[in-house]
Design a binder for this molecule. Structure first.
Ligand code: C2E
Ligand code: MG
Ligand code: MG
Ligand code: MG
Length: 283
């Protein structure tokens, strides 16, 4: 008992600790406010192109938080916080509704990909949220793709997997994001029939390395066996683009082709998109 108290007292006096707690509480409170106000949270969209000819296939929706005083807060800061506080459920619903509404304005062959956290999948209600977002926007289910990370599979939660099954039965596509970064990636592929595998950008960054290139080629071959297509994430240079194309990655995404932009700039991108000969997909 005394020992426990001693620990608490000690922890109480760790310099910087209160600051960290205060900062966290503030971010949590401000995130709550942003959810309730217009403009605080916005979705940006990054183009995804077909590797073979650079044709536009769709966009990934990525959340942005414009904090009134701190400015733009990166998802790597506020998504983990929102996952801890449970706010990710409301954030995720916002992302789905916004993304479906945006995609409904695009030409019918373009899809939108939305990131869904393992926490969202574990809560009941994701399926209803997806159905409501599609219906509200009058977007066909086949034009929506959900991106999940390996953490969903690591937990092996039956409710999460059956939710994914039901979404897939609706016609929603399911992608495995950041592939190759977790543990035992290969065995997890047996747990769910993914429509798409997104190769993590760390592999694309190092693709000049022969071993890394061989791994990318192997992922593509394996994905073909599972009937999944492959997107190379984080393509930044023409050399990386050539390398992933040589390994038959179906689709490409990265700063070389375009950064995430607000919804209104997407309309310009779509208008500018004209058929281009292979090899000239760079923006
Ligand atoms: P992600 O789903 O893997 O998204 C790709 C990230 O890579 C995005 O970062 C994107 O801006 C960045 N990126 C794209 N192309 C390049 C490139 O060529 N080079 C480099 N260096 N980076 C590139 P962002 O927008 O900061 O998002 C980070 C992560 O936050 C996302 O990774 C995703 O896991 C999470 N996230 C973002 N929006 C949402 C959301 O609405 N819901 C959930 N649950 N998570 C989200
Ligand atoms: Mg993603
Ligand atoms: Mg990713
Ligand atoms: Mg990621």
């Amino acid at each position: 008992r005394a020992k426990a108290e001693g620990r608490n007292t000690f922890r109480y006096y760790v310099p910087g600790m209160n600051e960290a707690i205060t900062r966290r509480a503030r971010l949590e409170r401000d995130l709550h406010a942003a959810l309730g106000s217009a403009g605080g949270l916005v979705m940006h969209y990054q183009p995804i192109l077909r590797g073979a000819d650079g044709a536009l296939c769709g966009f990934e929706a990525l959340m942005r938080w414009r904090h009134p005083e701190l400015g733009l807060v990166a998802p790597s800061h506020f998504i983990p916080l929102a996952e801890e506080t449970g706010q990710i459920v409301a954030l995720g619903a916002f992302a789905l509704h916004e993304a479906c509404r945006a995609a409904a304005r695009w030409p019918g062959d373009l899809r939108v990909a939305v990131n869904v956290s393992a926490i969202q999948l574990r809560q009941p209600g994701l399926e209803q949220t997806v159905v409501a977002a599609l219906a509200g926007a009058r977007l066909p289910a086949a034009r929506l793709e959900i991106e999940i990370t390996e953490s969903v599979l690591v937990e092996d939660d039956p409710a999460s997997l059956s939710c994914l099954q039901r979404l897939k039965a609706l016609g929603v596509r399911i992608a495995l994001d950041d592939f190759g970064t977790g543990y035992s990636s290969l065995s997890y592929l047996r747990r769910f029939p993914f429509d798409r595998i997104k190769i993590d950008r760390s592999f694309i960054r190092d693709i000049a390395d022969a071993d890394t290139a061989a791994i990318v080629g192997a992922i593509v071959g394996m994905a073909a066996h599972f009937g999944a297509t492959v997107t190379a994430e984080g393509v930044e240079t023409q050399d990386q683009f050539e390398a992933v194309r040589a390994r038959a990655c179906t689709e490409v995404q990265g700063y070389l082709f375009g950064r995430p932009v607000p919804a209104r700039e997407v309309d310009d991108l779509i208008r500018r998109q004209a058929p281009r000969p292979a090899g000239q997909a760079a923006a």
